[in-house]
Design a protein around this ligand. Structure first.
Ligand code: FNR
Length: 340
């Protein structure tokens, strides 16, 4: 069941594509006609918490747990290694329950021994399982994903979410690598962010709506449909601004529907340190192949360099000082929630 579900998620994610609004078009950069820099001076390295990254682009968690998904992880790992991108594997619970599928995750470390790789588990994980997932791939950090609405829509999904905070706190206290709590596309808003910060979570990935939509994916997989939940969640733009009221700059990853360098720069200018992409990478890899994904990453890096040159910002963290105007629904949301 679990193995076929992994591939069903991949196929439905590809079929449905990126759905809904991420809201980043409500962020307007202010043109600088006197940038006083050159493309040669632009540096794309960044840091999130104690993690030092060569690029602000992260290949976000997707898959593993079967031979078909091992092939995907293999190709993603090659791209991550060649382009020096941090990469997360998909949930490793499959490999914790069935040791025979471990290679589908371990391939990522084998192919990229010096890379920054994130382990991944859900909030049902125990401390022992978290340690096992980290050791399995010699991970540099552990992602814990939150996906309540996906679980509720999934016929075989969890129905009880009691004890999530306690388990997350226990993992944060016990493991030796940074813990990143991430949403899978419904957004982390300030009330939840405040609770996560209190639990000691150092890094969050706000994972808002506008890209891969797990409500729609689960609805496509099940017979009894609850399509009226397909718009559940909050946009990436609002989740990012909400999270910034709780978490300092340097500790937030923006994700959810991000597809191009301009969206990346806008998310970083608002306060993110890095951006995660899952569905957009999967689409290029599965429809056009590894070479196309390598070229795509080059285009993303060239685009980031272009926009940073135009803005006169030579380092990723300098983007936080660049003026940004918040308009439209995102501005209305912030007003309604008292966020300045
Ligand atoms: C995911 N995502 C995901 N996240 C996670 O933490 N553990 C997982 O196992 C998976 N599995 C998974 C499978 C597939 C096929 C996709 C496309 C995505 C969610 C992913 O990391 C990300 O949070 C969301 O996809 C939103 O980002 P994008 O796709 O809009 O860039």
């Amino acid at each position: 069941m679990r193995e076929s579900r992994k591939m069903e998620h991949v196929l439905h994610a590809l079929k449905l594509g990126q759905l809904g609004q991420h809201g980043l078009n409500d962020f307007k950069l202010v043109h600088n006609c006197l940038p006083e820099t050159s493309s040669q001076r632009i540096k794309l390295h960044t840091s999130i918490g104690e993690l030092q990254l060569s690029s602000p682009i992260l290949i976000n968690a997707m898959t593993g747990g079967s031979s078909e998904t091992e092939t995907i992880n293999r190709e993603l790992a090659i791209v991550a290694r060649e382009k020096k991108l941090a990469m997360a594997v998909g949930s490793q619970m499959a490999a914790i329950k069935d040791k025979s599928v471990r290679s589908s995750y371990q391939i990522v470390r084998q192919l990229n021994p010096d890379g920054i790789i994130f382990a991944n588990l859900g909030s049902e994980a125990t401390v022992e399982q978290a340690q096992e997932a980290i050791e399995m791939i010699e991970a540099n950090a552990l992602q814990i994903h939150l996906n309540v609405m996906q679980e509720l829509i999934m016929p075989e999904g969890d129905r009880s979410f009691v004890g999530m905070e306690e388990r997350i706190a226990a993992i944060v206290d016990s493991v030796s690598v940074p813990v990143i709590v991430k949403e899978v596309g419904f957004g982390i808003m300030r009330e939840s962010a405040a609770r996560l910060r209190k639990l000691g979570v150092q890094i969050i990935d706000v994972g808002g709506t506008g890209g891969t939509n797990f409500a729609a994916i689960e609805n496509a997989r099940r017979n009894k449909n609850v399509e009226w939940l397909n718009d559940w969640g909050c946009r990436t733009s609002t989740a990012l601004l909400e999270a910034l009221t709780v978490y300092p700059r340097g500790s937030i990853i923006a994700s959810g529907g991000i597809r191009n360098p301009l969206e990346m720069i806008k998310a970083i200018a608002a306060g993110a340190s890095a951006v995660g992409m899952a569905g957009a990478f999967l689409c290029v890899l599965q429809t056009e192949g590894t070479k196309a994904m390598l070229d795509f990453v080059d285009e993303l890096h060239e685009g980031l360099t272009m926009v940073m040159t135009a803005l006169g910002t030579e380092e990723i963290s300098q983007l936080w000082q660049t003026p940004l105007v918040i308009t439209g629904d995102t501005a209305d949301w912030c007003n309604a929630r008292g966020i300045v």
